[in-house]
Design a protein around this ligand. Structure first.
Ligand SMILES: C[S@@+](CC[C@H](N)C(=O)[O-])C[C@H]1O[C@@H](n2cnc3c(N)ncnc32)[C@H](O)[C@@H]1O
Length: 366
């Protein structure tokens, strides 16, 4: 997830490392190597993490060890995961003879690919190209950690904390805030790093929600992907696109074949589910008309988005699609979501939307 956030954008944004060296080690922009040279920022991050003497701390990307040596002075143990073997050697050298080496375990690995150990707190001046996968790897980790203090590219940080209606509010914001309380802790200017990256940075505090919400995350994300394809478009409009409705119908078939229950959006059993959920009587598309015919839905972007109905009277597949379209439209109307736009919806709204779909046997993951 977080396609836009995870990749080359950050890596490019943090370029400028060529030719800058530390004790003979040239910093590599492919690894996002911008070491934190300002001890005041290092101390502030460690303060905000409120590390206890009994804590095991996970540090992602220790680099030359500027954060690591401070972490070792306050934590019980530090596990540092570093992908670059030259940095692993460097940090070993730096800690040797300090009396703190027994508190440090260095894992020479790519943090995204390796299995993480137990930890209470995570601290990282994150290599920005792994920002998004790192956030979700941490939030999926069990047992849950207490808190994480993470340095990110400013825009990524602002996306994490964005609220409904904010310009940067996106799927990443919703997914992260579903699983954690997220706060923007401080801005960090480019000149606090060596070499300075091209972009500004920010430190974010993540506190996982415990217990995590009891939802199927794959299904949740499937729904969000649809809603955020165009975040300012109404749901009524998104959910009447032929390809979306087709996908829903196909998912319903797969779901039924795996889990059992009513077979399709158009069969009698499901008609009854719709009727129960919508509080209407009768069956099939005619029933949904009673509660919310698509023609009743006033939609300001309807002309732009409406697609030709592929149905021909008597053509089985097309009837199925048309019926499904009408039922979905009726459902959204009846539950008050027809005019909602993802850009303004809260997590509670999305949870209620997912429940509304699930109530009538519509799922977004098979
Ligand atoms: C921004 S530097 C931070 C260095 C140091 N913690 C500091 O603040 O001065 C990022 C560090 O993460 C390491 N790194 C990059 N990608 C990594 C990955 N996938 N897994 C583990 N470490 C990684 C880099 O080699 C680099 O040492």
């Amino acid at each position: 997830m977080g396609k836009k956030q995870s990749g080359g954008g950050h890596s490019r944004g943090r370029s400028g490392g060529d030719g800058v060296a530390h004790r003979g080690i040239e910093f590599q922009k492919t690894y996002g190597q911008h070491i934190l040279k300002n001890p005041l920022i290092v101390n502030a991050i460690i303060d905000k993490a409120a590390i206890r003497g009994s804590d095991t701390v996970l540090e992602v990307g220790p680099g030359t060890g500027n954060l690591t040596v401070k972490l070792l002075s306050v934590a019980k143990h530090v596990v540092a995961v570093e992908v670059d073997s030259r940095m692993v050697v460097e940090i070993h050298k730096r800690v040797q003879g300090s009396g703190l080496e027994s508190k440090l375990t260095i894992q020479h690995a790519d943090v995204i690919k390796t299995q993480l150990p137990y930890f209470d707190v995570c601290v990282s001046n994150t290599p920005y190209q792994i920002s998004s996968p790192l956030v979700f790897k941490l939030l999926a980790h069990r047992p849950m950690f207490r808190v994480a203090l993470l340095m990110f590219q400013r825009e990524f940080a602002l996306r994490l904390v964005a609220r409904p209606g904010d310009e940067l509010y996106c799927r990443l914001s919703v997914n992260t805030q579903l699983l954690a309380k997220v706060d923007h802790v401080m801005k960090v200017g480019r000149n606090n790093f060596r070499p300075p990256p091209k972009v500004e940075s920010s430190v974010v505090r993540l506190e996982p929600r415990s217990p995590p919400p009891p939802i199927n995350f794959v299904e949740w994300d499937g729904l969000l992907r649809l809603c955020f394809t165009r975040k300012n478009k109404t749901l009524g409009s998104i959910f009447r696109q032929n390809q979306v409705v087709k996908m829903i119908v196909e998912n319903a078939k797969t779901y039924t074949s795996l889990v059992g229950g009513p077979t399709l959006l158009s069969d009698d059993a499901l008609n009854r589910m719709f009727e129960d959920a919508l509080g209407v009587s009768g069956t099939g598309a005619s029933a949904t008309k009673k509660s919310g015919d698509m023609s009743d839905i006033e939609d300001d972007d309807r002309n732009e988005e409406d697609e030709p109905d592929e149905s021909h009277p008597g053509a089985g597949k097309s009837d199925e699609l048309r019926d499904a379209k009408q039922r979905i439209a009726a459902l959204l109307e009846q539950r008050g979501f027809a005019k909602s736009r993802a850009s303004k919806m809260s997590i509670e709204d999305f949870l209620s939307l997912l429940k509304s779909f699930n109530d009538v046997g519509i799922h977004f993951a098979s």
